[in-house]
Design a protein around this ligand. Structure first.
Ligand code: AMP
Length: 354
């Protein structure tokens, strides 16, 4: 067990790291952020910041020597250099590696008993055309690596579009996925401790626009409810198959014939921000508890209905009205410029009545 007072290392200094550091501080831990940027928003609320490239092994070693445990807040990290601090990392590099390559991720998910959209690997425009024909189009091309918030993706709605779509994703190694006819999107957020204990949060329904999460709503409602028990069972199995320690988030499509996994993130997730006020334990505290070997906290709802709205880009300009609204819990990430598509903050409302 890693006791309060110890230092937790966080690789990555974005808003997830920031909210992890705040939760860790509440339990008496100190945080040390590792991030190449000058003033990452997590470093503003942490005790220390190492500014170095993610593949700087000397800096990683010195960083790990200062920390009782090291975690990561995003998965697009080069994994091999982290090998020098393997013993300190929770969740392990396996969770990281499987999640950062969409082809490996899908093969793993299938082996863990989950259903995913029919897919093919794509290394050329000819492969994209063949995938379109084999999967009976339309298909979505997604780069195998480094994609997030709908980036590195292109739809292919006719075989003739193979060349353009492949060009649009920068001719990178990719997967092609059949278009899923879903009724809703939802996610299962599970904490898992080093002893294998697990606790799932109530399931949010997630609404996206332009590939970016806009709203999470709990309870998820009638389109998702029939899938929840099965999805939680699958998510718990996926966490166990990875021997994952920490929080893991599995994103699902609710389909007529059952839940289909879209992807997973080996970490706390935007669709779990509502847990800060809406659950008995926040996803951030749960992650700290799990990686430190503390007992997992209870995950029940604190109200009848919880809604989280993301503040993307200039949405953040609404902050004066939001701060004045009773019951609106405003979170601003302290980022400078409100660029289009940039996650600047979020607001959560917990209602007593459904
Ligand atoms: P992703 O980056 O994989 O999470 O995709 C971003 C969003 O695109 C998802 O949340 C869905 O709304 C949509 N999407 C992704 N894959 C598919 C698919 N195979 N069929 C239909 N919509 C998809």
């Amino acid at each position: 067990m890693i006791e309060p007072g110890a230092t937790i290392g966080i690789v990555g200094g974005g808003q997830l790291g920031r909210m992890l550091a705040i939760a860790a501080a509440q339990l008496g831990y100190r945080c040390h952020v590792f991030d190449p940027h000058e003033a990452p928003c997590a470093a503003e609320v942490a005790a220390k910041h190492t500014r170095a490239a993610f593949d700087d092994q000397a800096a990683l070693k010195a960083f790990a020597a200062d920390c009782a445990v090291v975690t990561y807040e995003f998965e697009n990290l080069p994994s091999a250099p982290l090998g020098v601090i393997d013993a300190a990392i929770r969740p392990s590099r396996r969770s990281l590696e499987v999640s950062q390559d969409r082809a490996e991720e899908k093969a793993f998910l299938e082996s863990a008993g989950a259903r995913v959209a029919p897919w093919r690997t794509v290394d050329s425009a000819a492969d994209a055309r063949a995938a379109f024909e084999a999967l009976g189009g339309p298909v979505l091309l997604k780069t195998r690596r480094m994609g997030y918030d709908g980036k590195g993706q292109a739809w292919l709605s006719a075989a003739d579009e193979a060349e353009t779509a492949h060009e649009a994703i920068g001719r990178q190694p990719a997967v092609a996925e059949a278009k899923v006819a879903f009724d809703a999107e939802f996610s299962v957020i599970v904490g898992r401790g080093p002893d294998g204990a697990t606790a799932a949060f109530p399931v949010p329904r997630n609404e996206h626009r332009d590939g970016i999460l806009r709203h999470s709503i709990v309870p998820a409602g009638p389109l998702v409810a029939p899938h929840e028990a099965e999805a939680v069972r699958l998510a718990t199995g996926i966490a166990a198959a990875l021997d994952h320690v920490g929080v893991i988030t599995i994103e699902f499509f609710a389909c007529a014939d059952g839940p289909l996994v879209n992807e997973f993130a080996p970490r706390v997730h935007n669709s779990g921000h509502w847990t800060i006020e809406g659950a008995e334990t926040s996803q951030f505290e749960q992650h700290v508890r799990a990686i430190c070997g503390l007992p997992l906290g209870p995950t029940g709802l604190t109200g009848a209905r919880v809604v989280m709205d993301n503040l993307i880009g200039r949405d953040v300009e609404a902050w004066p009205a939001l701060i004045a609204e009773p019951g609106a819990h405003l979170h601003l990430y302290g980022k400078g410029e409100a660029r289009d598509g940039r996650k600047m903050g979020h607001v959560t409302r917990v209602s007593r009545r459904a």
